[in-house]
Design a protein around this ligand. Structure first.
Ligand code: C5P
Length: 221
């Protein structure tokens, strides 16, 4: 669906998982497919936005008209986002960023020792979303929250704690929704309100989310 509703607006989106390398052959990652973020990027570009997509490792094609920056780790995603941030009107963080990374990446493949396990020494990754929200001036900041239970309560807490303008929460751990699915449903919350986006394919959900964002952008943003 083409349009011009987003013409003149610059949108920065993160998508996909991050991979945190343990050694040259192994990494810590997660099940994010990147499809929700790519759907948002495609929908925003189709509506005339200038879209920059900072993407973790995924197997998806770049949507038409989207500038894509590929990264692997959370630290690389953090650096790419801060680099692309000046001049952006909206930041939408859909990426499933790994919370931890190995303190050190081993230069050679870790060998197993007969009969013994392996303890991993992990350190926290930067919180990209919270860092963007702490900047001044800053774009309109939208976070995602994937929760297994008490979805709205945890999402509202995250909205306040990370100083976001809006949060889109989805239930994960059910078969038909979220991470590895073509479909999604969202509870979208902002400080003085909220809306439900009913279960639909991710392209439809993305368009609905963009309408909710556009309606809340300050004039001229
Ligand atoms: O706190 P939690 O990880 O559940 O927050 C999820 C939101 O924060 C998502 O929008 C995700 O993209 C973003 N996030 C981030 N950097 C991190 C962790 C999460 O941008 N290191």
């Amino acid at each position: 669906m083409q349009g011009t509703a987003w013409a003149g607006r610059r949108v920065l989106i993160t998508a996909g998982p991050t991979y945190e390398d343990l050694d040259p052959v192994r990494y810590l990652g997660n099940r994010s497919s990147g499809r929700m973020g790519y759907a948002v990027a495609a929908a925003a570009a189709a509506q005339g936005a200038e879209v920059t997509l900072v993407s973790g490792p995924v197997t998806l094609a770049t949507p038409p008209g989207v500038r894509r920056i590929d990264v692997r780790s959370a630290e690389a995603m953090h650096a790419a986002v801060l680099d692309a941030l000046p001049g952006q009107h909206v930041f939408i963080a859909t990426a499933a960023v790994a919370d931890f990374r190995p303190r050190e990446r081993q230069a050679s493949k870790i060998k197993k020792q007969a009969g013994s396990g392996l303890a991993l020494d992990l350190v926290q990754n930067p919180d990209i979303l919270a860092d963007v929200a702490a900047r001044q001036p800053r774009p309109f900041v939208v976070g995602f929250a994937a929760e297994t239970d008490d979805v709205e309560r945890y999402a509202r807490d995250k909205l306040v704690r990370k100083k976001l303008d809006m949060i889109a929460a989805n239930r994960v751990g059910t078969d038909d929704c979220g991470f590895d699915s073509d479909r999604n449903a969202l509870a979208v919350l902002w400080h003085d309100g909220g809306a439900q986006v009913d279960m639909a394919d991710k392209a439809t959900v993305a368009r609905r989310l963009l309408e909710l964002i556009l309606a809340r952008l300050p004039d001229g943003a």
